[in-house]
Design a protein around this ligand. Sequence first.
Ligand SMILES: C[S@@+](CC[C@H](N)C(=O)[O-])C[C@H]1O[C@@H](n2cnc3c(N)ncnc32)[C@H](O)[C@@H]1O
Length: 226
Amino acid sequence: MQRYAEVRRAYQRIGIRASRYDGMMTNSSMLGRLALRLFWGLPEENYRKYIAQAFSGIPAGFDGRMLEVPVGTGALSLPVYCDLPGADITCLDFSQEMLAKARERAVAMDLFRLKFLAGDVGQLPFVDNSFDLVLSINGFHAFPDKPSAFRETWRVLQKNGIFTGCVYISGQNVVTDLFVKTFCSYRGYFTPPFDNLDSLQEKLRLLYKDVQVTNIGSFACFKCQK
Ligand SMILES: C[S@@+](CC[C@H](N)C(=O)[O-])C[C@H]1O[C@@H](n2cnc3c(N)ncnc32)[C@H](O)[C@@H]1O
């Protein structure tokens, strides 16, 4: 519970001053580009591959029910939703401040059909089999209770549904791992323990079929089917 409060406070700070965070996530500010290169192993070309791969699990023209958790400020996912006019999309996050930025962005982009919801990935407020696709971009390294997050995202997905997204993995780059430990985890942005490439694949294979995991920089992009 204490960790939940720390994580909430951490993302409250980010949500209030989101432009710096968005600049890094979208590779659009000078500082952000530097951080992506130095700390995350994502120079320009790798960054583009990482984004393309992270969203590649969403079928073109997808028009089913999708849950995105966590949506954060929506800087990465909302542009993708412009190309999915038929999809029924619910965006969940437990930080009201991050959600507020995502809502503002949706209005600015005329994405009025998106639903936004505050909640905990470890206790999703949906009945079993509610979604055809669950997207999780940079979520699992932040979630304080990872077993519940894996269990709940699986539970709300219907049979043959797609689970896809990306996550930080340890063991790829010593600089990244040190930065995660001394800054991200310390400040509450990330919560250990973190999977490495092998343990992530193993975990996904226990729950899903057709598991595909691609490593780019210090991230793993994954797609699999329930
Ligand atoms: C690193 S951000 C990623 C946001 C977004 N997907 C992106 O890539 O920009 C992590 C997000 O996870 C959210 N979060 C952390 N713990 C959560 C939980 N238990 N349930 C739902 N969201 C959570 C935080 O509020 C934050 O917005």
